[in-house]
Design a protein around this ligand. Structure first.
Ligand code: UD1
Length: 383
């Protein structure tokens, strides 16, 4: 069986590391029935600390192809990826194309494959923010619509798909427009396998070693610190929102330092807008090992990232989300996560409430830590 995997942006490296490891472990146990994985890196994220570091420390195989398509507008980036991925698909003739999450690389991969009748497997299917202004929401809706395998991380994701008429169990859907892949209905499945990022957190937390830079930060801030990330277009591309978030974090940093690994997009916009950052401790983007080290030692998290909201919960930290909505609604429903948008007053109030909340993190929201193994087994069983 040949799987062609598309990756391109930072969170996809973490997810692909889990499934690539599950493929290797399947191959060790099944010498007569090997899976060949062809890795294609679109090049969407290209800086060494946004890409190479993840491959090195998470031992992700070197990509067989790197399309070198980084930067550019959404249309230009997605169009170039479509063309490059189609060429690779025609050459490699895989049995299935595997995509992760909601980036432009995800959509380009799925679209290139479905047009030439290569079945698509989507890991992290069914998530919705219900905000069509987000490029990620458009990418995931379209990818789900053309996927044969929809690997959902939660029951909420399964229910989202069902409400759009995407269900592999017709008895559970009352929707007369129920979606079906007539060309390949045997391979059409919606499955809750759990979250591959939970697998990653469980596996790597035992082997992660921080860099010297992060080890020094832990020493310097032994009295406690917060961890923050900001990179969503809706925050970075709006001066008032970015200014409001950074002003609030600057104020919070006076009493408790905020460490913020800065995404290249955010760095550029801070400079373009001329925003002054005084107290926040800005650092360059960091690898996964450094990130989980900071997550496990911090007092709480401020973020607009999807993945970091869950990672806060995996490491039992309260999270304040700098967005109006989230795809990970179960975190909000259980009180682990508060949605505050970019409103400075709400951000400051939420920080005040951080230490008062008594949270019970023992509830399992994202599966049993073997999402990667389940994904591989399902794909193999369909061959
Ligand atoms: C992308 C994904 C988002 C994901 C995020 C994780 C889309 C639409 N968005 O957003 O879903 O949460 O990745 O980080 O696919 N840049 C660099 N160096 C790099 C990478 C990017 O300088 O290594 C620059 C790009 O040239 C661009 C900007 O940063 O100007 C943003 O990159 P882009 O890939 O468009 O989107 P992200 O904000 O990273």
């Amino acid at each position: 069986m040949k799987i062609l995997t598309i990756i391109g942006a930072r969170p996809q490296f973490v997810k692909a590391a889990v499934v690539s490891r599950a493929i290797s472990s399947y191959n060790e146990k099944n010498p007569a029935n090997q899976i060949v994985e062809v890795l294609v890196h679109t090049g969407q994220h290209y800086d060494s600390n946004m890409s190479d570091v993840f491959f090195q420390e998470m031992r992700i195989p070197v990509p067989n192809y790197n399309l070198g398509i980084g930067g550019g507008s959404h249309g230009s980036m997605t169009g170039k990826m479509l063309e490059g991925i189609e060429d690779v698909l025609i050459k490699e003739k895989p049995d299935v194309l595997l995509v992760y999450g909601d980036t432009n690389s995800t959509l380009a991969g799925a679209l290139a494959a479905v047009k030439i009748h290569v079945p698509v497997a989507h890991v992290e299917a069914g998530l919705r923010s219900f905000n069509m202004k987000m490029p990620e929401e458009i990418n995931r809706i379209l990818t789900d619509r053309i996927s044969n395998w929809l690997f959902c991380p939660t029951e909420v994701a399964v229910a989202n798909l069902r409400s759009e008429g995407i269900s592999s169990d017709s008895s559970q859907s009352n929707n007369s427009s129920q979606f079906n892949h007539s060309n390949n209905s045997n391979n059409f499945r919606v499955l809750n396998v759990g979250d591959v990022m939970y697998d990653a957190a469980l596996y790597y937390k035992n082997i992660a070693k921080p860099s010297e830079m992060v080890a020094n930060l832990l020493n310097d801030y032994a009295q406690g610190f917060y961890l923050a990330t900001v990179h969503r277009a809706e925050n970075t591309d709006d001066r008032a929102r970015l200014g409001g978030i950074l002003d609030s974090l600057d104020k919070i940093s006076i009493n408790k330092p905020v460490i913020l690994p800065i995404h290249p997009r955010t760095k550029k916009m801070i400079s373009d807008y001329g925003i002054k950052v005084r107290n926040i401790h800005l650092i360059d983007p960091i690898g996964y090992f450094d990130m989980i080290t900071l997550l496990s030692s911090c007092h709480g998290v401020f973020t607009d990232s999807g993945g970091v909201q869950k990672e806060a919960y995996f490491f039992h930290k309260p999270c304040i989300t700098l967005r109006e909505e989230t795809e990970w609604v179960e975190l909000v429903n259980h009180g682990f996560n508060k949605l505050v948008g970019a409103n400075p007053e709400l951000i400051l109030n939420a920080e005040q409430a951080f230490s008062k909340d008594k949270l019970d993190f023992s509830i399992a929201l994202y599966g049993d830590g073997d999402a990667g193994g389940k994904i591989v087994n399902h794909l193999v069983s369909a061959q």
